[in-house]
Write a protein that binds this ligand. Structure first.
Ligand code: HEC
Ligand code: HEC
Ligand code: HEC
Length: 245
């Protein structure tokens, strides 16, 4: 198998889950359902000893990290230990380990340590956009929305393009965001509670601790200097062209 094929085998199911609305709901559903066993345990005073230890521990894999703590489990644990795959399923043990599969992909400092936007743009991964049709073309949308932030944090640049490379419009519109500039109240508090941008960031997209990937439009010369302009939409955000304001 070529490197690319192996990566595709590993990543495509995840990607499909992200792309399909129902898949996304399922992923998010997991995060909501995951804490239940432990609270059920607390509610039942008899649930100690063997019964309690037999229960599978809730997975931290997709739960939202509200306090931005370093996760207890190492990034990219082997499939049988990642809290996502079922260790009792023999298929789990035949999967390639992410630590190996991700090796040659562009690095990020946060999350699962892969810059997925770059990996896609550099052609290192080639997801299917339709489960039934491997030839289906992705429909991307090049519209940048800049959200001004009070205080010293750089403004937030929301780029449609890298989102629509992975997601359908209906993953966000209208349930998470009304498609109208400025019509949505977004705050860091909401994001840290797993709402708005936090529906995905910190769960299936890069985590909220990576401040500068969202707060990427500098306000001061110092911020401008500190910014390593890495992508077209960031530059668009800086220039304030037709797509931006
Ligand atoms: C990851 C979430 C997400 C996805 C996917 C997404 N959008 Fe948006 N969209 C946003 C956000 C956030 C805004 C800004 C809303 C605001 O400023 O309050 C926005 C704004 C818009 C606007 C308003 C622009 C304006 O100037 O008023 C339109 C139109 C729009 N989106 C269309 C689309 C279309 C078409 C697609 C699919 C091709 C799409 N969006 C996919 C999040 C998304
Ligand atoms: C429905 C899921 C979803 C929502 C909601 C969402 N994002 Fe994303 N976002 C993604 C995915 C998936 C990616 C690409 C994978 C990655 O970078 O982890 C991405 C990538 C990005 C990038 C590109 C980073 C780069 O490398 O250039 C930025 C910036 C970003 N998101 C900001 C936002 C902001 C700001 C909001 C809220 C207004 C938001 N996102 C809401 C899923 C989402
Ligand atoms: C996924 C994208 C994203 C990431 C990552 C992110 N922010 Fe934000 N942040 C936003 C958005 C969107 C807003 C709301 C902007 C607006 O007013 O429309 C915001 C607003 C803010 C504000 C303004 C006040 C408030 O609470 O709303 C501050 C301060 C802030 N962020 C700090 C941070 C810091 C510090 C980090 C890193 C720990 C961070 N942000 C990471 C998207 C992000």
């Amino acid at each position: 198998m070529t490197m690319r094929n192996r990566i595709e085998t590993q990543i495509t199911p995840l990607r499909r889950a992200i792309i399909l609305g129902s898949g996304l709901a399922m992923l998010l559903g997991l995060a909501v359902i995951a804490p239940l066993p432990s609270s059920a345990q607390q509610a039942d005073p008899n649930a100690g000893g063997a019964a309690a230890t037999d229960r599978k521990k809730p997975s931290a894999a997709n739960s939202f990290n509200r306090l931005l703590k370093k996760p207890a489990s190492a990034a990219n644990a082997p499939p049988a230990e990642d809290g996502i795959h079922d260790p009792d399923n023999p298929g789990t043990h035949t999967l390639q380990w992410p630590s190996e599969a991700f090796n040659d992909l562009p690095k990020a400092v946060q999350g699962n340590r892969v810059d997925w936007v770059k990996a896609l743009n550099e052609g290192l991964i080639a997801p299917w956009y339709d489960l039934e049709d491997p030839e289906a073309e992705v429909f991307t949308f090049d519209l940048v929305i800049v959200r001004e932030v009070k205080g010293s944090m750089p403004d937030v640049v929301y780029p449609h393009e890298p989102h629509t490379q992975w997601l359908d419009c209906s993953n966000c519109h209208d349930e998470i965001f009304v498609p109208e500039k400025g019509a949505n109240q977004i705050s860091m508090a909401a994001i840290l509670l797993g709402q708005k941008c936090g529906v995905c960031h910190g769960k299936v997209a890069f985590p909220v601790s990576d401040c500068r990937r969202c707060h990427s439009k500098p306000k001061t010369p110092e911020q401008l200097e500190a910014l390593a302009a890495k992508s077209a939409w960031r530059n668009a955000g800086e220039k304030g062209d037709g797509n931006t304001n």
